[in-house]
Design a protein around this ligand. Structure first.
Ligand code: NAP
Length: 308
């Protein structure tokens, strides 16, 4: 796996940091930390990815920078002032944080755990409390911007937790962020990410219906998208996914399985807080249809497949 690097790294003091989870997102995010001159120790469950990461980023660092890999989250987190993490879901997050080999067992008092997994607000609050009881800090910090945002170091990051801990993380996390923003107490980052996913779900269904309608009507939809993308219908989804939807290409991007996980988190939270989400609930079922069509790993824009 390699990362495109459009980021110009601003000089910051070199920090000892760890990164847990070198998937589609974590691999390039950890790479930006190394390229910004931090001393990065990585952990990945499948060790081949940590080896590949070290090979790619050895020599990337400046000043005191160095890269290293560890066999467990606990070992990776030892000596780190900041421990970044990007794994799959709530259970994965519990596995890398808690228990004898979990990161919390290795972290020094006062160290900050920054979680970029899209997870529930409740697991964020539980881990915040567990960390506090051990003299540690936990920030929930899910991201938006996708694989390209991670590769280019231009993610939008939504944070919840103690402001002082957030302020320790922010200058370092700018290595892979366009914006890294504190939104309130623990769980606020995950709740903001849910707002983000509610916006995207309805929008992608509307874009799917619009493109399918235009194609049915015999229009040149690439030309139509160029025109309406300059007007009030413009969106990130239209700009970045419209033409690949017209061309029926979906083997990239943000997987339908992940979107269903995220919408599950949204619908659970809505049950708790009483919010009504009729369109989001429907689009979640549309994504279930796409999964049944074999599209578990297709990009989220594959909703249009149901209409063809
Ligand atoms: P991914 O490529 O599947 O990577 C997941 C990572 O988590 C891998 O390093 C995996 O290790 C590790 N992992 C999973 N379960 C684990 C466990 N139980 N213990 C230890 N490590 C475990 O996923 P991704 O696309 O990077 O997404 C990661 C998170 O970011 C998800 O919460 C996703 O919803 C969110 N997100 C993704 C995107 C996107 O466009 N991809 C955008 C925004 C947010 P192995 O290598 O051993 O499998």
């Amino acid at each position: 796996m390699s990362s495109t690097n459009l980021k110009i790294h601003q000089p910051t003091a070199s920090r000892k940091v760890a990164f847990l989870g070198l998937g589609v997102m974590g691999f390039p995010m950890a790479g930006h930390l190394a390229q910004a001159g931090h001393q990065v120790t990585v952990y990945n469950r499948t060790a081949t990815k940590s080896i590949a990461w070290c090979e790619e980023y050895t020599g990337a660092t400046t000043k005191n920078g160095a890269v290293n890999q560890a066999a467990t989250p606990r070992l990776a987190a030892q000596h780190a002032e900041l421990v970044f993490c990007c794994v799959g879901n709530d259970n994965d997050l519990a596995q890398v944080t808690l228990g004898a080999d979990g990161a919390f067992a290795g972290m020094a008092p006062g160290a900050v755990f920054v979680d970029h997994t899209t997870a529930s607000a409740s697991v964020a609050r539980e881990l915040y409390s567990a960390a506090r009881n051990m003299g540690l800090h936990f920030i929930d910090a899910p991201v938006s911007g996708g694989q390209a945002g991670a590769q280019n170091g231009l993610l939008t990051v939504m944070c919840g937790g103690d402001k002082a801990a957030f302020e320790k993380a922010q200058p370092v996390a700018m290595a892979f962020s366009k914006a890294f923003t504190w939104l309130g107490e623990s769980g606020a980052g995950q709740l903001a990410k849910m707002v983000n996913q509610i916006c995207i779900a309805g929008l992608v269904e509307a874009l799917s219906e619009a493109i399918a309608f235009g194609q049915q009507a015999g229009l040149d939809m690439n030309q139509v998208l160029d025109v309406i993308g300059k007007g009030a219908a413009q969106s990130w989804q239209l700009d970045n996914r419209g033409k690949t939807m017209v061309a029926d290409k979906f083997d990239f991007g943000f997987a339908v399985d992940w979107m269903r996980k995220d919408l599950g988190l949204v619908l659970d939270e809505a049950k708790r807080n009483g919010a009504r989400l009729p369109v989001t609930a429907l689009v979640d079922q549309f994504y279930a249809d796409v999964q049944h069509m074999g599209g578990q790993r297709w990009d989220t824009s594959s909703l249009i497949k149901r209409l063809r």
